[in-house]
Design a protein around this ligand. Structure first.
Ligand SMILES: Nc1ncnc2c1ncn2[C@@H]1O[C@H](COP(=O)(O)OP(=O)(O)OP(=O)(O)O)[C@@H](O)[C@H]1O
Ligand SMILES: [Mg+2]
Length: 241
């Protein structure tokens, strides 16, 4: 069973002359534990696809399965529950709850589901991510790099099958961005969670094992990254993004 299977997904916004077709028969499969980078021009529908996969919006056509379960067949409350339990989501803007400590942010999904909170898991992740000292702090007291590591700990906490990361390095400086990518690569292996990482940066994409290029509503090409940012940059140039 795949970590992700999207088949023939169509989605657009607006009506009549304001209509924009974004995804047009988009399909993508990811094996369990696979680390895939998704690249494409601004406005090509990368975030739209992540939102569909997270069950935040429903596609007009097509189906998306995460870890064997059809997200596109769930109602809002089932999708919310599924998201908390089986998906890890990391955004560019960190999306931490400002009124909760870092530790409470990390275990929030479990708290909302009234599931048991494991202090052991919390501390193991915090130690792995180097954020032990941040645990009792509020998000406003943390640096961007620390906030993003808290967001990653939150995404990993319940051992999801799939992590969706939408330009997670977009608000970080180059040094923190590089460190975060290395860490994502290591965590992918250690934790076994598949990662779908959206980025515009060939160096960031090279931390994945495979890169897919989204153009005109579907995957135009896919290739192994071979840890080679320059080969990825060449394709981005050819595809004009
Ligand atoms: N809620 C919405 N309502 C109307 N149009 C939308 C909405 N969300 C996205 N769009 C449009 O759909 C297209 C795809 O947007 P999307 O955010 O998925 O692109 P993206 O590939 O993530 O771009 P970027 O690289 O800039 O983040 C864009 O033209 C955008 O303006
Ligand atoms: Mg986007």
């Amino acid at each position: 069973m795949e970590a992700l299977r999207a088949c023939g997904v169509w989605h657009g916004y607006g009506r009549g002359s304001a209509r924009a077709e974004v995804l047009r028969g988009f399909s993508l499969e990811m094996q369990r534990g696979e680390f895939v980078a998704l690249m494409g021009p601004s406005g090509s529908g990368k975030s739209t696809f992540l939102h569909l996969t997270a069950g935040l919006i429903l596609p007009e056509k097509g189906s998306i399965f995460v870890d064997g379960r059809e997200v596109t067949a769930m109602d809002d409350s089932a999708a919310a529950k599924f998201r908390r339990r089986h998906l890890g989501i990391v955004f560019q803007s960190f999306n931490l709850v400002e009124s909760l400590t870092a530790a409470r942010n990390i275990v929030l999904g479990a708290t909302l589901d009234r599931a048991a909170v494991s202090r052991e898991r919390l501390h193991a992740l915090a130690s792995r991510l180097g954020i032990e000292k941040a645990l009792e702090k509020m998000p406003s007291e943390l640096s961007g790099g620390e906030r993003q590591r808290v967001a990653i700990a939150r995404a990993l906490y319940r051992k999801p099958a799939l992590i969706l990361a939408d330009e997670p390095t977009g608000n970080l400086d180059q040094k923190n961005a590089r460190e975060l990518c290395a860490l994502l690569g290591e965590l992918n292996k250690e934790e076994g969670a598949a990662i779908l990482l959206v980025t515009h940066d060939p160096v960031v994409a090279a931390s994945a094992s495979r890169v897919c290029f989204l153009k005109d509503g579907a995957i135009a090409s896919t290739m192994p990254t071979a840890n080679d940012p320059s080969a990825i940059a060449r394709i981005c140039m050819q595809q004009e993004f």
